[in-house]
Design a protein around this ligand. Structure first.
Ligand code: F0G
Length: 354
């Protein structure tokens, strides 16, 4: 079997690259597309449900797809440093790919509001980590202003190469499934990824690789749902810190993806997110982070409302790895049992659960 070479090499002709582009890769992409049976059975959901587990990427999130291209192009253009604002995953990915490229990374994160695993990734990869006493939207405004004054490359999804790279996930879904899903569901934060998927699906059709398009479904957390409400949210709040965003940069393209595809952008409560998060992990063995579970939570919500035609094929992207945010587990899962170190106590327990 030939080995996967990372998304740029695998989908070379679909990207704005040439033979001279220095490819900075950690062999991202080619993530599992897993058919789900236990969860649908348990919840009485009559859909063909697939999970695209992008938490299996090298730094544990879908951001690697965009970062390989953004960092490769930054190096091609002679950049010596990159900067981003982040709720955690972008900063982790930018830090790793910058390390791989041998350039500097500066990351701005909201103090106390990013998952521990993401923070330590940026630290260990040697990024300059700045915690700001504010939220993601404020951090993004600051980095936008910084790149206007200094020769630093912005690697938030405003950078078009980020969206370009992320569209590869739509290609993979079609290649892995052998057809086009009826619906594609995603969590929505800064709204780059839903825009990227839609771009990917449309381009794959233009190139004759597929001949239909899915309906795009986006889900925001109800405490951070500017697109659903139709106005920015000044103080976004949600347990899903990755999508704790009140004024998404790619708002317009996300709305276009929704409208052109005939899909919807809706919201789910923290309770619905955590329920889906636990169900995915306990029924299917896939550990994603809370924000990722918003896609599945949204599909469950819409299914209950009779939104789907029965037996439709639905793909949910699980955007990030659950290991990044272990603290949440202690809030939703059973505590480990503590027993004396003797055989009898453990036997008594084993007999009780058998
Ligand atoms: N899921 C996860 C795990 C994320 O980290 C993000 C965004 C999203 C979903 C939403 O994707 O922003 O393209 O709509 N995280 C960004 C970050 C904001 O800084 O890591 P989006």
């Amino acid at each position: 079997k030939s080995h996967w070479k990372g998304i740029i090499s695998e989908y070379f002709e679909h990207f704005p690259v040439n033979e001279k582009t220095p490819i900075v890769t950690l062999l991202e992409g080619n993530t599992p597309l897993v058919k789900v049976n236990n969860l649908t059975k348990k919840l009485n959901i009559d859909l063909e449900l697939y999970l695209k587990f992008d938490g299996a990427n090298p730094t544990g999130s879908f951001k690697d797809r965009g970062m390989t291209l953004a960092i490769s192009k930054a190096v091609e253009e002679g950049s010596k440093a990159v900067i981003c604002a982040s709720t955690g995953n972008t900063s982790a990915s930018a830090s790793a790919y910058a390390a791989r490229a041998g350039i500097k990374a500066i990351v701005l994160i909201p103090e106390g509001k990013i998952a521990t695993g993401k923070l330590v990734q940026a630290m260990i990869h040697g990024a300059k980590v700045i915690q700001i006493k504010g939220n993601f939207d404020q951090a993004l405004n600051i980095v936008r202003a910084i790149v206007n004054e200094y020769p630093i490359t912005l690697v938030n999804s405003i950078n078009p190469y980020r969206i370009e790279g992320q569209k590869s996930a739509a290609f993979e879904v079609c290649d892995q499934l052998g057809r086009v899903p009826d619906y594609h569901a995603l969590p929505v934060g800064n709204a780059g990824n839903i825009s990227a998927y839609w771009k990917g699906y449309k381009e794959y059709r233009e190139k004759g690789k597929i001949n239909s398009l899915p309906k795009m479904l986006g889900f925001q957390a109800s405490g951070a749902a500017p697109i659903v409400l139709g106005h920015p949210v000044e103080k976004p709040e949600t347990v899903a810190t990755a999508i704790r965003i009140g004024n998404p940069a790619s708002w317009k393209t996300a709305v276009a993806a929704r409208d052109e595809s005939g899909g919807t952008i809706d919201m789910v409560t923290d309770e619905e997110i955590l329920y889906a998060y636990k169900m995915i992990a306990s029924c299917e063995g896939i550990f994603c982070e809370p924000a990722s579970a918003a896609s599945v939570a949204g599909v469950i919500k819409l299914y209950k409302q009779g939104y789907f035609k029965k037996q439709s094929t639905v793909v949910c992207t699980l955007t990030g790895n659950g290991l990044k945010d272990p603290d949440i587990v202690f809030k939703v899962a059973d505590e480990p049992l503590v027993l004396p170190a003797d055989l009898e106590s453990v036997k008594a327990f084993v007999e009780k659960i058998l």
